[in-house]
Design a protein around this ligand. Structure first.
Ligand code: SPD
Length: 429
């Protein structure tokens, strides 16, 4: 491209007046237009004018999408400006024309920043131009936001996206956040951050490992950042771990930017398989694992199949007789219905008495309260079969940041609202 950017100046006529006066609809449409074009959203601001009209802008990594509407004229004026080659502003134009129910639209495209007329001057390496990362000195005010229809969680970051690649399954990104260090996101959802990853990874691994009577072989489904296998392999009695991750870009991003999590990928006890965990489990013929850990994303996109009864029937089948399944089971505060459905599914397969829920505090997940399901096929029990001997021996060699035997026990003491959602009593102590 011989221009720095493409700028579409557009007019939409004969739109639906009600839509043009609905600030929520307009904001959602503009955000979706950005998503349709695979732009990366930095921030949005939208305002409703009295009595009619909406103005707003979606700031994208590639520039901005802006709108002003006149419902009384059924008219909207738009600026769709993108830089670089990856995002096509016409995708946004077509999407919005349809969303705002315009009778017709007209547009001109302006090329911005004719390269032939520009002189590029040498600037210092971006690293040297970067302001120091002390909170008060950061000039840029850029936020990553994970949101659904009702809740948004935002983390401020430096503005530099350290890794961004679209895999066949999802968009894999690493941001540099001010409060939580480097952060891995998949399709815009927080998976893990340098500064709070230990909560999730220690709790999803050590709880089953210290309560299984004699764990030797572990299967991890998902977990591409490496945090789970790092923790599992701290247990010297583990002879083999199979990790099945569908998306090799997650592993690549973690190896490059989160080496502290990816530290066990080259451990000889680990068999790392890049394939679909659902197929792997379906094709495993005989009981073969003492513990299965499902460290998935949320139940949309590639992880959807990891939340189905067929998948878990197969997991049950491949567990050895005292086997334990642990699964990240979403939030009882955020995804209430999904949370209930997951436990219903496990109750049906393992039996209600053998399915337990425990809670962890992950500040960077929506609501901060996250849950893990513990399902026992045989003798294992989350509290009664805890091995004090192995725990004491483990402490001789390892220091953990969240997990200890008290938090293990406490995590199973459920608040009343969670017990009610699950129709299960909390564990007695
Ligand atoms: N909404 C967040 C759910 C994330 C569960 N998996 C996290 C991956 C960490 N290894």
């Amino acid at each position: 491209m011989n221009k720095l950017g493409r700028h579409i100046v557009a007019e939409f006529y004969g739109c639906n007046a009600q839509i043009l006066n609905d600030v929520t609809h307009i904001e959602e449409s503009m955000v979706r237009a950005a998503q349709e074009s695979h732009a990366t959203i930095i921030n949005t601001t939208f305002h409703h004018f009295s009595p009619y009209g909406v103005s707003g802008v979606v700031v994208i990594q590639e520039s901005h999408l802006a709108i002003h509407t006149w419902p009384e004229y059924q008219y909207a004026a738009l600026d769709l400006f993108t830089c670089g080659e990856e995002v096509d502003p016409w995708v946004c134009y077509k999407y919005l024309l349809n969303r705002l129910q315009a009778r017709h639209g007209s547009a001109i495209e302006l090329g911005r920043g004719e390269k032939e007329l520009l002189e590029k001057i040498p600037l210092a390496h971006p690293q040297n131009l970067k302001p120091s990362l002390k909170y008060n000195e950061i000039a840029r005010n850029i936020w990553f936001t994970e949101r659904d229809e009702t809740i948004a969680l935002s983390l401020r970051h430096t503005g530099e996206v350290l890794y961004r690649r679209q895999s066949p399954y999802q968009k894999v990104e690493i941001y540099d956040t001010l409060a939580y260090g480097k952060m891995l996101t998949l399709d815009g959802k927080v998976m893990t951050t340098e500064k709070d990853e230990y909560v999730y990874h220690e709790m999803i691994t050590h709880v089953p490992l210290f309560t299984h009577p004699a764990p030797k072989k572990v299967l991890v489904i998902g977990g591409g950042d490496g945090g789970c296998v790092r923790e599992v392999l701290k247990h010297s009695e583990i002879e083999k771990v199979v990790m099945v991750e569908i998306d090799e870009l997650v592993i690549e991003a973690s190896r490059i930017h989160l080496p502290h999590l990816a530290s066990a990928f080259d451990n000889p006890k680990l068999e790392l398989r890049i394939e679909d965990g659902i197929k792997y489990v379906a094709n495993t013929l005989h009981p073969n694992f003492d513990i299965v850990i499902v460290d998935s994303t949320d139940p949309i996109g590639p992880a959807e199949g990891l939340f189905t009864i067929d998948f878990y029937k197969n997991v049950y089948r491949i567990l050895n007789e005292d086997g334990i399944l642990v699964v990240q089971s979403e939030s009882p505060r955020y995804n209430v219905e999904v949370f209930q459905e997951i436990y219903q599914c496990f109750d049906n397969i393992f039996g209600k008495e053998r399915v337990f829920c425990y809670l962890i505090n992950v500040p960077t997940y929506p609501s901060g309260t996250w849950s893990i399901a513990y399902c026992s096929k045989g003798r294992a029990h989350p509290l009664h079969t805890f091995s004090h001997e192995r725990y004491q021996a483990f402490l001789q060699n390892h220091q953990l940041q969240y997990y200890n035997k008290s938090i293990h026990k406490a995590a199973f003491m459920l608040p009343n609202f969670v017990s009610h959602l699950l129709k299960k009593p909390t564990l007695e102590w």
